[in-house]
Ligand binder design. Structure first.
Ligand SMILES: N[C@@H](CCC(=O)N[C@@H](CS)C(=O)NCC(=O)O)C(=O)O
Length: 229
């Protein structure tokens, strides 16, 4: 039976853009598991009530629901040990945990400051007030103000990726010789701006851009073919 994945979508249900949901999408593909996706929009709280919380991704595998992208990766490795490993055992998981924390703590907040206003335009009209109000409260300013001056600020964000760039100049994947969940954490996060905005975050000749293109080409070009704004 296929695993059901609830994932964040825009007004166009095919436009799925959450950095966390993309991690899970790529993780499920890595495991070679059948997936049925359910698009979820910000104000559809009832639709996730069964999971006991209000965020995506959520997966349902048989009778078991799991939420949180990291917990899902751990679950998939534990439940499907005979399929390619996502986390690479105890040591691999410990290192991937750092990539997860660095991406959540440094990379994603930087991306938000570059594209958060663009997100509004891909949402259903009924979800826009919630998104604007909740995010403006978090930032303490309007979405327009958050995004202002991004052409200059993007340079700083690119510089912050230096640790990953150094690794990817020495090896093809964050996982080493083959991609693993570390790659999906960071690349899944880069799918977020790619799907919601036309603003160019990575320069074309950046080693990061070349690696990101390689990740998008995995699994029959699944991420490459994703709907964008
Ligand atoms: N730590 C969670 C974060 C999940 C999360 O924040 N998801 C966002 C979508 S990107 C969400 O569902 N937000 C709902 C809301 O803001 O109301 C994970 O890794 O899955």
């Amino acid at each position: 039976m296929a695993i059901t994945l609830y994932e964040l979508a825009g007004a166009d249900p095919a436009l799925v853009f959450s950095p966390y949901c993309w991690r899970t999408r790529l993780a499920l593909a890595h495991k070679g598991l059948d997936v049925e996706t359910v698009p979820w929009c910000f104000t559809e709280t009832d639709k996730l009530a069964f999971s006991g919380q209000g965020k995506v991704p959520v997966i349902v595998d048989g009778a078991k629901a799991t939420h949180d992208s990291w917990a899902i990766a751990e679950y998939l490795d534990a439940a499907y040990p005979d399929r390619p490993s996502l986390l690479g055992g105890q040591a691999g998981a410990a290192h991937a945990r750092f990539i997860n924390a660095w991406t959540d703590g440094v990379v994603l907040p930087g991306i938000a400051r570059l594209v958060v206003r663009d997100i509004l335009d891909v949402l259903r009209p009924q979800d826009q007030p919630y998104f604007r109000t909740s995010r403006e409260r978090a930032f303490g300013m309007t979405l327009e103000q958050v995004q202002e001056g991004r052409e200059a600020r993007v340079v700083e964000w690119r510089r912050a990726l230096a640790p990953a760039r150094t690794v990817l100049k020495a090896q093809p994947w964050l996982g080493g010789a083959v991609p693993d969940y570390a790659d999906y954490i960071l690349a899944g996060s880069l799918m977020w701006p790619r799907c919601v905005s036309r603003f160019q975050l990575l320069e074309d000749d950046d080693a990061m851009a070349l690696w990101f293109a390689r990740v998008r080409g995995l699994f029959g070009g699944m991420a490459e073919a994703a709907r964008t704004a």
